[in-house]
Design a protein around this ligand. Structure first.
Ligand SMILES: *[C@@H]1O[C@H](CO)[C@@H](O)[C@H](O)[C@H]1NC(C)=O
Ligand SMILES: *[C@@H]1O[C@H](CO)[C@@H](O)[C@H](O)[C@H]1NC(C)=O
Ligand SMILES: *[C@@H]1O[C@H](CO)[C@@H](O)[C@H](O)[C@H]1NC(C)=O
Length: 456
């Protein structure tokens, strides 16, 4: 690649601090890539805003998650939603966001190249910068996807409680109950959008993978009802958080809840720490601060940099500068992280149940419709009704699944999930949602991770 193109891509990288509008699919990214790598030997403080490649090599990204190098060594890759991809091969990891440009209102994704990204050995000791250029595609139709940018803040109006909408939801079905939340009345719609912060709204999620025979067999041995809040009277789930309405930090909150709860499970509740989502918002280059992010990349941040405790960087609910912490702020790491099923596109209900019971609460992304906001109790499913009064836009959100069950009277299967909208919302901050039908895409993109229990 020419120096000029590299410069263009790097100035684009600085612009990504605002948002990540790249929209790349598996089909566009699969194929042969050339990775251009800068000098190694750095630690995790390495900044990749400018570097000179000293080496390059080709990799084939194949179906469904297989990577091959020229010597036939095999590795692994996954898309991270529509944002970029991670490759692991020959004891090294590579992650970069897909490239795009933004001119006036037009976003153009260049799924055939990446911005400058991060590469390190699997122990995280030897870091280098890199970028990737697609050499050839396994699937035709490589033209960049040109899209109009979505103006999230177009509508400057405020939310008004709409009793007719609530009545509508409660009359078309009996599974769950809607309610008006007085605290939403008068809130700016743009702020309500910040109560989410997951994957951007317009991408179509992949369907869950079909359950294979081994998974169908394995789930037969699981309990019918399971809830990490009550395992023989013990509660292993950390407290409900409130992300506020000016920061789309749900991805950091939900990942923190999963990590905290998994540490409690691993230590039989002897280690009950609260992690700092603000640290992720302020300091992680793998996410976009209050503009959103992903549990997969937050778990990667926890592996590469570690998360600190809440007291080290208490939640402000807006973007703040990343500052050094006092020396007694220890970091909590994860040994590994992955999409449930192995790669993005391989998730399903059975694998989620198995991971939940074996390892603990799991962060999941899903599509928030305007009826979800009014949830009071019961088993949520999208009614298809729209709040005609309020011009609410579909947004996307991340929450943490802590259990599952079957309703004894209706036989309806559900997940139990912890939301990050405080304890006044829903069932003391929790909600139930239909299970086994990929309701609002909740079974398409679940993440699992293994925290490392620190020495006392
Ligand atoms: C990527 O695709 C675009 C559009 O097809 C093309 O103009 C550009 O040259 C490609 N970039 C590289 C590095 O191949
Ligand atoms: C992203 O691409 C998918 C198809 O791969 C399309 O359905 C979706 O509308 C696109 N999103 C945007 C914002 O263009
Ligand atoms: C876990 O903690 C509970 C409550 O303190 C205790 O009753 C139980 O024996 C502990 N289990 C183990 C395996 O240590």
């Amino acid at each position: 690649m020419t120096a000029v193109l590299m410069l263009v891509m790097l100035s684009g990288l600085r612009a990504t601090l605002a948002d990540t509008p790249a929209n790349c699919s598996w089909g566009q990214v699969a194929g042969v890539w050339e990775f251009h790598i800068g000098p190694g030997g750095y630690d995790s403080r390495l900044r990749c805003s400018s570097f000179t490649a000293v080496e390059s090599f080709k990799l084939s990204l194949l179906f469904p998650d297989v990577v091959l190098d020229k010597d036939g060594n095999k590795g692994f890759w996954t898309m991270i939603y529509n944002q970029g991809f991670e490759v692991v091969i020959n004891q090294r990891k590579y992650f970069a966001f897909s490239s795009y440009t933004k001119e006036d209102d037009v976003v153009t994704s260049f799924c055939n190249s990446t911005f400058a990204g991060w590469s390190h050995d699997t122990l995280g000791k030897d870091w280098a910068c890199y970028y990737g250029i697609q050499f050839s595609q396994s699937v035709p139709d490589v033209d960049p996807v040109t899209t109009r940018r979505v103006h999230r803040d177009d509508f400057d109006g405020t939310f008004r409680n709409n009793p007719d909408f609530i009545k509508g939801i409660n009359s078309v079905q009996r599974s769950w109950k809607a309610v008006t939340y007085p605290e939403y009345h008068g809130m700016k719609i743009s702020n309500m959008a910040m109560m989410a912060g997951g994957p951007s709204s317009t991408q179509s999620f992949p369907l869950p993978a079909t359950m294979d025979k081994a998974t169908r067999e394995a789930i037969k041995h699981l309990p019918k009802n399971f809830d990490w809040r009550n395992i023989d009277g013990q509660d292993y789930v950390s407290a409900v958080k409130d992300q506020g309405n000016v920061c789309g930090s749900c991805y950091a909150q939900a990942t923190a809840i999963a990590l905290e709860s998994r540490l409690r499970i691993m230590t039989n509740n002897t280690l009950m720490t609260t992690m700092s989502p603000q640290d992720v918002v302020s300091c992680s280059d793998y996410s976009q601060g209050c503009k959103g992010g992903f549990p997969y990349l937050t778990s990667k941040y926890a592996q590469d940099f570690g998360m600190v405790e809440e007291r080290c960087n208490p939640y402000h609910g807006h973007d703040t500068a990343c500052r050094p912490y006092p020396a007694d702020c220890r970091r909590y790491y994860v040994a590994d992280y992955q999409y449930i099923g192995g790669y993005y596109g391989a998730c399903n209900e059975g694998l989620m149940m198995l991971d939940l019971v074996k390892n603990g609460p799991i962060p999941v992304s899903f599509q928030v419709y305007d009826d979800f906001r009014q949830y009071h109790n019961g088993i949520y499913h999208h009614t298809g009704l729209k709040d005609g009064w309020n011009p609410w836009k579909v947004t996307d959100h991340v929450v943490t699944i802590v259990g599952y069950g079957i309703d004894p009277s209706s036989d309806e299967k559900y997940w139990i999930a912890q939301n990050t909208w405080g304890t006044d919302w829903g069932e003391l901050g929790y909600f139930k949602i239909r299970r086994g039908t990929n309701e609002v895409n909740i079974e398409s993109i679940a993440v699992t991770m293994t925290p490392i229990v620190p020495n006392p």
